[in-house]
Design a binder for this molecule. Structure first.
Ligand code: HEC
Ligand code: HEC
Length: 299
């Protein structure tokens, strides 16, 4: 806070406190020539007379009490301009202390699971509960609360993997992240080339395409063998090393209709799984690995 605003706050708080004190003193003070306490004030309305009864002492005492409390409070806690308060209390400090206390409380639980292999943690009901909460907080925005994914965000509950479904591969994915590099082919293959390859790719999961358009698919296959096998494999079943998906199944990351396949080929795709190593502790990543592993290896 700048000095100006600090003095501004100090002035308003002081004026308010002094103003309240003056008001209480002034209303409780006897007025010249007024009737004695308990006597009639001398007017009546519809037979109801007004008496000069002072405010009860305890009631007045409460008012003074709140004022004294405010002054003590402002001495001990921040609130009076830039004054930090004698106790040195801060919101951030309280929050940090609470986080620390929680972490100390749960550290032994995390340590227990960190010492167990992923496969065993995945079978543990309590660990799955913790993993689920971590997943909802950190992963569900992209992968969905049920981990079924969405367009461009892989489903983690099936056994179709971009980078591999072993505990080691999953942990590597979560820890260091992944950046997919599917090049753009529009300029290389041209419009006809893209159309041919798209039909070949589609024919891998829908055999009818080959029967309907044999020349198109054959031309596409030749171009596929030339350009795509390095990453997707000669059988088009994908390669974990590149995160290149299996193109011969019915599971699609971006979509398996011909227009979407063409869009993928023309523009390329660069899906990014953000690294978590600077966001989550190794113990939390271990639990998340087990949770993800368990989604497709349950029972
Ligand atoms: C350098 C490696 C590499 C090459 C070469 C490559 N791809 Fe890919 N491809 C990838 C990666 C990695 C992805 C996943 C992209 C992502 O996850 O964002 C991908 C994704 C795709 C997809 C999307 C699949 C889906 O599930 O939506 C299709 C279709 C595809 N590639 C076809 C091809 C074809 C056809 C060729 C050859 C013309 C080709 N790729 C060449 C690496 C490659
Ligand atoms: C900002 C969005 C985003 C967040 C947050 C995110 N992911 Fe991902 N994740 C992705 C994308 C996109 C991919 C696919 C990368 C690609 O296309 O190659 C992916 C891929 C993965 C894979 C690899 C799947 C496979 O088939 O090999 C795993 C496992 C995974 N994420 C787990 C997690 C976990 C666990 C978390 C939470 C700690 C998380 N992700 C948070 C976007 C995200």
């Amino acid at each position: 806070m700048t000095t100006f605003w600090s003095f501004w706050v100090i002035a308003i708080v002081t004026i308010n406190l002094v103003g309240c004190a003056w008001l209480i003193w002034w209303t409780a003070k006897p007025i010249d020539n007024e009737p004695a306490s308990g006597e009639s004030m001398g007017h009546a309305f519809d037979g109801i007379e007004e008496y000069n009864n002072p405010m009860p002492r305890w009631w007045l005492g409460l008012f003074w009490g709140t004022l004294v409390f405010s002054v003590i409070y402002l001495i001990m806690y921040p609130g009076y301009g830039n004054w930090k308060g004698l106790l040195g209390w801060t919101q951030v400090g309280q929050w940090e202390a609470e986080v620390k206390a929680t972490e100390e409380r749960i550290a032994p639980i995390f340590a227990k699971y960190a010492a167990m292999p992923v496969e065993a943690v995945a079978q543990d009901a309590e660990a799955r509960e913790i993993g689920k909460r971590l997943f909802l907080n950190n992963c569900a925005v992209c992968h969905g609360s049920n981990a079924h994914g969405a367009r461009g965000f892989p489903n983690l509950t099936d056994s179709d993997w971009l980078y591999g479904g072993t505990p080691e591969a999953i942990k590597e994915t979560i820890t260091n992240g992944r950046v997919a590099a599917m090049p753009a082919w529009g300029a290389v293959l041209g419009e006809d080339g893209v159309n041919e390859v798209a039909h070949y790719v589609k024919s891998l999961s829908v055999a009818q395409i080959k029967a309907d358009k044999p020349e198109l698919v054959a031309a596409g296959e030749a171009k596929f063998q030339q350009n795509c096998v390095m990453c997707h494999g000669a059988d088009a079943k994908g390669n974990f090393a590149f995160g290149a998906p299996n193109l011969a199944d019915e599971i699609w990351l971006y979509g398996g209709d011909i227009p979407t396949i063409k869009e993928t080929l023309n523009g390329g795709r660069q899906g990014v799984m953000p690294a978590q190593k600077n966001l989550l502790s190794p113990e939390k990543i271990h639990l998340l690995t087990a949770y993800v592993y368990g989604l497709s290896h349950s029972k």
